[in-house]
Ligand binder design. Structure first.
Ligand SMILES: [Zn+2]
Ligand SMILES: [Zn+2]
Length: 178
């Protein structure tokens, strides 16, 4: 399965190219760079000062033009109607997902910036959302990349890999790539 990554233009191109080669090496999918996301204003929620994750998914879906899957990469704070924030969001078994660097970045927590750690967290969250696109729900195995992450502590604890049960599910559904 091929997944197109569509970053916002404010994310550094060097970060994106490192990310794509790493993701190809550690995940069952093939990632390619797609056109940048032009504008997120349509999803801004002035009352909350955040961006509506589902609004961004609808926007990505409207711009999709082939049979592939798309993950948007953004750098603003995401929320949903019932969650005060999310690191990312995906259509379960669908075609579009989004991940934000906003709360993956040490600077949000007033900690020393750590670009390497930011990339590690981003990779995990991208693979996690890709797993949702593949139809996976959250996993109780805390080391599995499909474990639900309530904070960066959980993200830092888990790995990049799917546990055997999750990997098996993807294989059975044919989402394990060529
Ligand atoms: Zn999830
Ligand atoms: Zn699992």
């Amino acid at each position: 399965m091929e997944i197109l990554l569509r970053p916002v233009s404010t994310l550094a191109p060097s970060l994106i190219s490192d990310l794509i080669s790493d993701l190809d090496a550690i995940s069952p999918w093939s990632f390619t760079l797609g056109p940048p996301i032009q504008n997120l204003n349509h999803a801004y929620l002035p009352d909350r000062g955040q961006f509506d994750a589902d609004g961004i998914l609808v926007h990505l879906l409207n711009e999709i033009n082939d049979q592939g899957k798309v993950i948007g990469l953004i750098d603003v704070d995401l929320c949903t109607p019932v969650l005060s924030f999310v690191f990312g969001r995906a259509q379960l078994g669908g075609r579009v997902a989004v991940v934000s660097t906003f709360r993956l970045d040490n600077r949000f927590y007033r900690l020393k910036p750590d670009p390497g750690l930011l990339i590690e967290r981003l990779k995990k969250e991208i693979i996690h959302e890709a797993g949702h696109l593949g139809g996976l729900y959250h996993c109780r195995n805390r080391w599995c990349v499909m474990n639900a992450s309530a904070s960066i502590v959980n993200i830092d604890l888990k790995g990049f890999k799917f546990c055997p049960a999750c990997l098996n599910y993807l294989k059975e559904r044919g989402n394990n790539g060529p």
